[in-house]
Design a protein around this ligand. Structure first.
Ligand SMILES: Cc1cc2nc3c(=O)[nH]c(=O)nc-3n(C[C@H](O)[C@H](O)[C@H](O)COP(=O)(O)O)c2cc1C
Length: 218
């Protein structure tokens, strides 16, 4: 797959088919992932495909998801009713929350560094490599934020060795179609030479795939 197609279209795919991900695809995904930038810290990737383990993680994800909103003094249901991108993101996120354990494969990254900088590049590489296989994924953080101890318990992660969980990435063949991830354009978020310096160009529309893929992801 063309690198730019992968970069532009590897977006959150939360509606997934239950079909298993072949072992050889898993090999290619992880073997590509570990080529990511690293400061050499020890890392560990746990692939979860066992139905019982997924069934134990699923309620933890829902609890974490609901706790995320409770922290803002609102309910998921309230946000799901919002118009536009906010409501769409909440509905899509909620779908993943209610079906987390049905993703055929969940990749969970662990590192020794509290901020996750050692592992997150590898998780993103895994997502790009999965994209090349036609496999969708979503980077999620709520589990480690709100239910880390419980996940450690489910997976048998040692609690006395300084491990931190840095993301759970449910993966599967997508029900939706691939599309370009919408973002605020470059000229709104980038400057040159100083915080407020003139960037010198603007990019109103994505430079890749303008006449190509049109879907909204899922
Ligand atoms: C560090 C991090 C943690 C995230 N945690 C979650 C999460 O727990 N659940 C979720 O549904 N989306 C989460 N997201 C957002 C999605 O991964 C995705 O980036 C976002 O919905 C944008 O989707 P798009 O790429 O399709 O535009 C997280 C993103 C980042 C960068």
């Amino acid at each position: 797959m063309d690198l730019h197609e992968a970069l532009y279209t590897t977006r959150a795919m939360r509606r997934l088919k239950p079909d298993p991900i072949p072992r050889d695809a898993q090999e290619r995904i992880l073997d590509a992932a570990i080529r990511a930038p690293t400061i050499g810290e020890e890392w560990r990737f746990v692939l979860v495909d066992d139905a019982d383990v997924r069934a134990r993680l699923a309620p933890l994800y829902v609890q974490a998801w609901e706790e995320l909103f409770a922290g803002f003094g609102i309910t998921v249901e309230q946000v799901m009713q919002a118009d536009g991108a906010t409501g769409r993101a909440a509905r899509s996120g909620d779908h993943l929350a209610r079906h987390f354990g049905e993703a055929p494969l969940i990749l969970i990254g662990f590192g020794r560094n509290r901020d996750g900088s050692g592992v997150l590049p590898a998780l993103w590489s895994a997502m790009l490599a999965a994209r090349a296989e036609g496999i969708g994924s979503t980077l999620t953080g709520v589990l480690q934020t709100y239910r880390s101890a419980e996940v450690f318990d489910v997976l048998g992660v040692p609690t006395d060795e300084g491990w931190y969980m840095h993301g759970a990435v449910p993966m599967g063949y997508p029900l939706g179609r691939w599309g370009v991830a919408p973002r605020r354009p470059v000229h709104e978020v980038a400057r040159r030479n100083s915080w407020d310096g003139d960037l010198g160009f603007s990019v109103p529309d994505p430079l890749w795939g303008q006449s190509g893929l049109t879907s909204q992801g899922s």
